[in-house]
Design a protein around this ligand. Structure first.
Ligand SMILES: C[S@@+](CC[C@H](N)C(=O)[O-])C[C@H]1O[C@@H](n2cnc3c(N)ncnc32)[C@H](O)[C@@H]1O
Length: 299
C-alpha cells in the first residue's frame, strides 16, 4: 500500500536545471540568497548545501500550500530558511523587515510547480476537473472564470493571442463568450473543442490555459517590476539567475540584462539562454520549455 508521504514524494516538483542553477548562483560560505519562487524548495535546499556552509535562504511564494510543502521538505535545515507569502517583486520590503540591505544571489524559477499542475482543484491543467481558478494566491484577485466573464470577446481574444500565441484566439473567444456557462475546466475545454481542429487541439489547450494563467496572476507585470529593481539589492559580484518558460518572459529578461550591462552595472554570464540537457528534457517533460539566464552585479 502507498502511504501519503510516498504519494506526496511522487507528486513533488523536480527542480529544473539544478546543476546549472548551482553553477550560476555559485553559493558562497555564509551567503544569503533569495529564492523568489521557492515552490517545494528543491533548488533552495541545494543552495543551502551542507549545514557547515552557514547559508541562509529567504523563500518567497504566493502560494500558501507551496510554502507548507517547502517547510516540510527542509526538515532539519529549516532554521536556515525564512518563508514569506508574497510576490517576488516585493522582496525589498521583506529584506527591510529582516533588517537586510542586500543578498549574494537571487533565483527566480517562473511558471508553476508540478503540485499546482497536478492539483484537481486549482484549474491550472486542462487534464484536471475542477473550477477555473488558476490563482497562485487562492485568497486574492480574480479567478480565470472571473476574467473570462468580465472581459469582452475582443479583450479575451487578445489575452489568448498575446500571452498564448494561439492562432485560433478569435474563434475560441467567440465560443467561450457564447457558451451558457464558463466556470469549470470542462466548460473551457468544450469551448476550445468547438473552435479547433482535432490534430491541433492539445497545443491549443496548453496555449489557452497558459495565457489565462498569465493574465490571472499578472505574471508579466510582476516580472517587469522585479527586473526594474533587483540590481540595487545584490552585493557587488552577487548573482541573479532566472528560469523562464515563455518566450515573452525570456525576452524581458534578456532586454533588462542588456540595459544594465550598457550601464556597466551587470555582467551577463550567459550569452544565449541555457536550456536543459536532452537527458533532462526526456526525463522531465516540464523542463522542455525552460530557458535560464544568469548575470553578476558589477557596480
Ligand atoms: C516552477 S515553481 C518553483 C519550483 C521550485 N524552484 C522548486 O525547486 O521546487 C514556481 C513557483 O513560483 C510561484 N510563483 C509564481 N508567481 C509568483 C510570484 N509572482 N511571486 C512568488 N511566487 C510566485 C508558484 O506559486 C510556484 O510555487
Amino acid at each position: 500500500m502507498i502511504n501519503s508521504t510516498s504519494q506526496e514524494q511522487n507528486l513533488l516538483h523536480i527542480p529544473v536545471m539544478l546543476p546549472e542553477v548551482l553553477e550560476y548562483i555559485n553559493p558562497q560560505i555564509g551567503g544569503i540568497y533569495i529564492d523568489g519562487t521557492i515552490g517545494a524548495g528543491g533548488h533552495a535546499k541545494s543552495i543551502i548545501g551542507e549545514p557547515s556552509s552557514s547559508r541562509r535562504i529567504i523563500g518567497l511564494d504566493r502560494d500558501a500550500e507551496a510554502l507548507e510543502i517547502c517547510k516540510k521538505q527542509f526538515g532539519a535545515s529549516a532554521h536556515f530558511l525564512t518563508t514569506h507569502r508574497t510576490s517576488y517583486h516585493r522582496f525589498p520590503a521583506i529584506l527591510n523587515e529582516l533588517g537586510l540591505r542586500n543578498v549574494n544571489g537571487i533565483l527566480l524559477d517562473l511558471g508553476l510547480s508540478s503540485m499546482q499542475l497536478n492539483s484537481d482543484s486549482r484549474g491550472f491543467a486542462f487534464e484536471s476537473n475542477g473550477e477555473l481558478d488558476m490563482r497562485f494566491n487562492k485568497e486574492s484577485g480574480q479567478t480565470a472564470s472571473d476574467i473570462i466573464n468580465h472581459s469582452t470577446e475582443e479583450e479575451l481574444a487578445n489575452i489568448i493571442f498575446n500571452f498564448g500565441d494561439e492562432r485560433y484566439s478569435r474563434k475560441i473567444s467567440y465560443n467561450i463568450k457564447n457558451m451558457k456557462k464558463m466556470t469549470t475546466v470542462a466548460d473551457l475545454k468544450e469551448a476550445i473543442r468547438r473552435s479547433t481542429p482535432p490534430h491541433k487541439r492539445k497545443k491549443s489547450l496548453a496555449r489557452v490555459f497558459q495565457a489565462l494563467r498569465i493574465a490571472v496572476n499578472s505574471e508579466l507585470d510582476k516580472l517587469e517590476l522585479f527586473l526594474s529593481s533587483f540590481i540595487d539589492y545584490l552585493t557587488i559580484n552577487g548573482r541573479v539567475v532566472i528560469i523562464s518558460y515563455h518566450s515573452i518572459e525570456d525576452r524581458m529578461v534578456k532586454h533588462a540584462f542588456r540595459a544594465l550591462k550598457n550601464n556597466q552595472r551587470l555582467k551577463p554570464l550567459t550569452k544565449k539562454p541555457i536550456i536543459p540537457t536532452k537527458i533532462e528534457q526526456e526525463s522531465n517533460s516540464r523542463s522542455r520549455s525552460a530557458k535560464l539566464r544568469a548575470a553578476e552585479r558589477t557596480l
